[in-house]
Write a protein that binds this ligand. Sequence first.
Ligand code: C5P
Length: 308
Amino acid sequence: MSPALEHVVVRAPGKINLSLHVGGVDERGYHALATVFQAVNLYETVTATRADELSLAVDSEVPGEVPLDGTNLALRAAELLRAEFDVNLGAALHIRKQVPVAGGMAGGSADAAATLVALDRLWGLGLGSEHLRRLGARLGADVPFAMLGHTALGQGNGADLTTVLTHGEWTWLLAVPGGHLSTPEVFRRFDEIVAASGRGIVERPEIDGRQLQALSGGSLEMLADTLHNDLQVAAFALHPGLEPVVEAAERLGAHAAIVSGSGPTIAALVEDEASARTVAAGLMSDGLVESCLVARGSAPGASVLEAS
Ligand code: C5P
């Protein structure tokens, strides 16, 4: 038998949605989605250390309040494993955050994904990636993707994943405006907007095939042309500061910009880091955003950095 581990370090990436098509609602209140996720190299790093009790500390490189109570997804991930596998061990969890908090980039989901992977090792559960992904899906629709990483098509509520072939890398300027958007509220407003338009919901949303072509062929222009988010109109309606950021990012040289997921982070696709810096400087000097980050995609999914 291998000696018990004291300490496991796992990191998991944040994501953007290159496209997000939203359909009808199922009996649990989840919308049918067709989305293309891309993981970016902003990581949540979870250190799990052997301890009698379960505890959580967060140390953040990005602004925003992280809940430390039972609503925190990392704690919920730990509680899920304890309940499901009759574990009565504890762990001291420490999260180092690089993904904007509550920004539509699934930072909380990455925390949950990294915690599941770390505790699987620390507690010697030996669950394997497929089983961990299924457990992750019970915590949130974006958790399985934080485990898988790279670029993937998400269907169902977003948790049914298929890896997408890509060629090359992309540079993103992530603009973080002030304010907060609640994901359920953004989905609700989307439903209201669709109902008011009278055009009816698309029951089975589909991905634009040209986006998959752009990804496999490494075409920046075609990818820019196919960035799409059905939730954007709802996010604009709920947060009047967002539309000016998208417009300004494009005016300042981004190939295209969209709201990431349910927002409010704006993801702008740029040529390179120099262009990212120009767009960021313009947005900051116009006072349109609180902070900007430069990231590259795709990035790998949850991975163990250390186990000792
Ligand atoms: O799965 P997650 O906890 O991230 O979802 C947060 C909320 O977003 C859900 O409670 C639901 O209101 C909304 N949502 C949805 N359809 C999805 C994913 C999320 O309506 N496919």
